[in-house]
Design a binder for this molecule. Structure first.
Ligand code: BEZ
Length: 304
């Protein structure tokens, strides 16, 4: 006896007719009658009064009906409980480059936690190159980074392009240019870039940007991380170039000035495994859209 036999039997009892039960179950009537006959021969009893119209159950059939209904309800409950337990154990691990924490990463992840409370969400800071390896080895599910790195096993999507700004000390002459400066104004400054532990990196991206304008900064110092670059600027050591979202890092005497060159942007990419079409990643995209909508950030849904 299988669950489907119980389902067929319950439908016949409730519809009091083989024809109507067959319609409800979307099957033809002869196979339905055969299944009920098989059930009766397995049990060795009649479940229905012979010749009754509308169909009536025998006493044994009535007993069997009451228990069949409970068994089917239990089976449904077990199915949905098992799904729920399975969901509790699902984990989404995200790799991210540190500077994204000053942008929208934390808001997106917080919203994702609220909207997907059954998911275990883990964040791991790593470089874009480390993210590529970790994605291929299955250690993370998505990576957020700023570098355009391609790999045949991975899919990379441009989320948005963030403008770059110049960090200056309040006493620096460039601080007077509140409306903005051009990269050409910066080439002779002592310029702090980061990070210094890997290449390619954000530092190489910024140097590439200067090269695009046929410029070469003359006094570059590459430091460990963004906080160090900004701290040195606040100490009056020089200037630095950072993504606009770093404005949320406020230090005494530290100013942020727009960089006006059109290409002075840094992309934000989401990278995932080619074959991964899991619901969890789709709902992460939804959270990104929601935060972008709230922030009035323009994006191209088709590029996701
Ligand atoms: C953003 O700032 O646009 C962003 C940062 C991290 C993940 C996704 C988006």
């Amino acid at each position: 006896m299988e669950l489907r036999h119980l389902r067929y039997f319950v439908a016949v009892v409730e519809e009091q007719s083989f024809t109507k039960a067959a319609e409800r179950l979307f099957i033809a009537q002869p196979p339905l009658s055969r299944q009920i006959q098989n059930l009766e021969s397995e049990l060795g009893i009649s479940l229905f009064e012979r010749g009754s119209r509308p169909l009536k159950t025998t006493q044994a059939g009535h007993f069997f009906y009451q228990h069949a209904v409970k068994i089917l309800a239990n089976a449904e409950e077990v199915k949905s409980m098992t799904k729920r337990i399975g969901m509790v154990e699902r984990t989404v691990t995200m790799g991210f480059v540190g500077s994204l924490l000053y942008g929208l990463l934390s808001r997106i992840v917080y919203l994702y936690r609220q909207q997907q409370p059954h998911l275990k969400i883990e964040l791991v800071e790593m470089t874009t190159m480390e993210q590529v390896k970790a994605l291929k080895e299955g250690r993370i599910d998505v990576g957020f980074g700023r570098l355009r790195i391609s790999d045949p096993a991975l899919k990379r999507m441009l989320l948005r392009e963030e403008r770059l700004v110049l960090g200056t000390h309040a006493s620096h002459p460039l601080s007077a240019h509140k409306e903005g400066v051009y990269l050409a104004d910066v080439v002779d400054e002592k310029l702090f870039l980061y990070p210094n532990h890997t290449t390619p990196s954000f530092a190489t991206q910024v140097q590439g940007l200067f090269a695009e304008y046929n410029l070469e900064p003359q006094h570059v110092r590459i430091v460990r991380e963004i906080q160090l670059a900004l701290g040195l600027v606040a100490a009056g050591e020089g200037v630095c170039i950072v993504p606009e979202s770093a404005r949320s890092i406020q230090l005494a005497h530290l100013n942020y000035i727009p960089i006006l060159d059109e290409s002075a942007v840094t992309p934000i990419f989401l990278t995932m495994r080619n074959m991964d079409e899991s619901e969890d990643i789709m709902s992460l995209f939804d959270c990104i859209y929601q935060v972008y909508d709230l922030e009035a950030i323009r994006y191209d849904r088709n590029s996701f």
